[in-house]
Design a binder for this molecule. Structure first.
Ligand code: ATP
Ligand code: MG
Ligand code: MG
Ligand code: MG
Length: 477
């Protein structure tokens, strides 16, 4: 089943069940805690918080999402993209747990002839929040699931809140069992690919106080009107329904891999290291093009910097596959052709997209070779001294003079079996920022555009806890 058909069936199923279809919002919404929209519910937050009246009490959407914190998983797990589409259904004080479970179950296991996805119900597992006995009973009653395929999880995994006192509630995740060739029997295990998470249902029912149920504390009350927020990964469902091995090989993503095969003359599937590069290119080309399409331009501030990392990583990955000609526009054309039918802004705005990508690639290609030589020399020196850490000043030089985003240097170092003195790097970044500030104060001109990014960098890597913690997306990784 093609991706566009999976999307169509989702929308039709929920429209049939009284939901109003709301088109995807831009990836860029004004939210101080969020660089990019990373879940279907983000544009609906004002309705969930009672700050604005919803256009309907039952809504459905297919939302563009970017999760840069998943970047390190890309190409390595079978299921993580930085750009993906989250299909969701939302109830604002209307139906609750039983109908949310029923609606999801009907679509997932409904026969393909009748508009469903046709998953074998015997291979579906679910997780529920440990205290949510009601969800367990409903999964048994509505879906006929036996208790051994319903697993209780603690608040860390299966409780949702906004990171502050306010609405919260238990989650229930739906998994598909890919079979014994992919791992041990026994149910969903975090970070394993035998049981693939396809859909997350959030039952917004509680008021959380100062302390979160995610850390084992009890909620302090119940919401007067209960809400439903769900998210299904379109590419994950495509991965399963298309009989391929991962999200990168699904119809709309694979198209970019085909192009990279053509340009490099190498074959996908022949070498594991190359395969990771092919997948990284395919993923980053999609997220890069979608971000430029929504108005981001590469730069040194937060959003622009994320985009720059993605684009420069594509260029370098293509190099490693033996391609020396410019690639970004060529990949972008493939993305436009694959995604254009669903996102016409990619077609109408392609002239601008092309221009932005070309400028960025030209700029990077001017320094890539020189920077790579600097890196090679530094790495050789470090190794000759019997050390294993690239000094922070080298990482800083690569960043400052050669435009190497820090994660590119980290990636090159790790390929060379080295680590990087990230603290040293950050210290130099901070010093440079302080100088720029003093300079700006003196000249009364702004260097503002670099500030946000520098602040983020100084905070250092912060763990991303997923859908459940929107606030943390604001950090770089
Ligand atoms: P995982 O545990 O696999 O990282 P998650 O629990 O972080 O997923 P949610 O935040 O629950 O994911 O998002 C809802 C749905 O969106 C998931 O069930 C999955 O189908 C899809 N999804 C989440 N992250 C990604 C991603 N990086 N790439 C593709 N699909 C994703
Ligand atoms: Mg999960
Ligand atoms: Mg989840
Ligand atoms: Mg995740």
């Amino acid at each position: 089943m093609q991706t566009h058909e999976i999307i169509k069936r989702f929308r039709e199923h929920f429209e049939r069940n009284g939901h109003k279809y709301i088109p995807s919002s831009s990836l860029l919404l004004d939210d101080p805690n969020l660089l990019f929209v990373n879940a279907g519910m983000v544009p609906f937050k004002p309705y969930f918080l009672g700050e604005a009246p919803p256009p309907a009490v039952r809504m459905t959407s297919i939302q563009k999402c970017v999760r840069t914190p998943d970047i390190d998983e890309v190409g390595k797990t079978t299921r993580h993209l930085t750009f993906f589409q989250m299909a969701g259904n939302f109830s604002i004080g209307d139906y609750f747990k039983e109908d949310a479970i029923r609606l999801a179950w009907e679509l997932v296991t409904g026969s393909q002839d009748a508009g469903g996805y046709g998953f074998d119900p015997e291979r579906i597992w679910v997780t529920v929040y440990q205290d949510d006995d009601e969800a367990i009973e409903l999964w048994q009653k509505v879906a006929g699931l036996p208790t051994d395929r319903i697993q209780r999880r603690d608040g860390k995994d299966n409780y949702w809140d906004m990171g502050v006192p306010g609405p919260g509630g238990p989650c229930s995740e739906i998994y598909f069992d890919r079979g014994p060739e992919y791992g041990k029997e026994g149910g969903p295990v975090v970070d394993e690919d035998r049981y693939l998470e396809i859909w997350n249902l959030v039952f917004m029912q509680d008021v959380r106080g100062e302390l979160s149920p995610k850390e084992g504390h009890k909620p302090i009350g119940s919401l007067p009107a209960k809400n439903i927020d769900t998210g299904m990964g379109v590419e994950r469902v495509a991965y399963l329904l298309q009989g391929v091995d991962n999200v990168y090989e699904t119809d709309l993503v694979r198209a970019v891999i085909n192009k990279a095969e053509e340009l490099s003359g190498r074959k996908y599937g022949a070498d594991e290291k190359d395969d990771v590069r092919f997948r990284v290119i395919a993923d980053h080309a999609r997220s890069g093009v979608m971000l430029v399409g929504d108005g981001v331009t590469p730069g040194n501030e937060a959003r622009g910097y994320v985009l720059r990392r993605l684009l420069r990583r594509i260029v370098r990955s293509a190099r490693l596959l033996g391609v020396t000609e410019p690639v970004l526009v060529q990949f972008a054309e493939v993305v436009r052709d694959a995604m254009g039918p669903a996102y016409p802004e990619l077609v109408s705005g392609f002239a601008r997209i092309q221009q932005v990508l070309k400028a960025e690639e030209d700029a990077f290609l001017r320094t890539l070779d020189a920077g790579s030589r600097i890196f090679e020399n530094a790495a050789a020196e470090v190794k000759a001294d019997g050390r294993a850490t690239l000094p922070g000043d080298r990482a800083f030089q690569l960043h400052d003079t050669y435009g190497f985003p820090i994660d590119l240097t980290l990636e090159m170092a790790s390929e060379a079996g080295l680590s990087v003195d990230e603290d040293g790097f950050r210290k130099l970044m901070a010093e440079q920022r302080a100088r720029a500030k003093a300079d700006a104060a003196g000249k009364k001109t702004g260097h503002g555009d670099q500030t946000v990014y520098r602040e983020l960098l100084e905070q250092g890597p912060t763990e991303f806890t997923g859908y459940t913690e929107l606030a943390s997306e604001a950090t770089l990784r």
